[in-house]
Design a protein around this ligand. Sequence first.
Ligand code: ZN
Length: 90
Amino acid sequence: MQVLPITTEVLHCEMDRDCASDVTHIGSKGYLYCANHAPDRRPGEGCRALKGWEIALLESGQPVPSYKPISFKTYLITKNKRNLDGYNLS
Ligand SMILES: [Zn+2]
């Protein structure tokens, strides 16, 4: 039986479906690219390198919160606030 790593389905360069390189960049429209394909993104689409904690999020199956870079601390605060809102505690 072949066991595939859990990241195979989640982390995928969206420039080329056959691209097997690791995702390292995010475009302004939320598409994910590898370092090789990031410079070839659609004209007019911004692109930036993902931070380490953002890649860790993707590997755990969660989306990157925003194309606009935020700090990990801001992410945690926003996430906690959202959870609290969900329980009507705010
Ligand atoms: Zn690629």
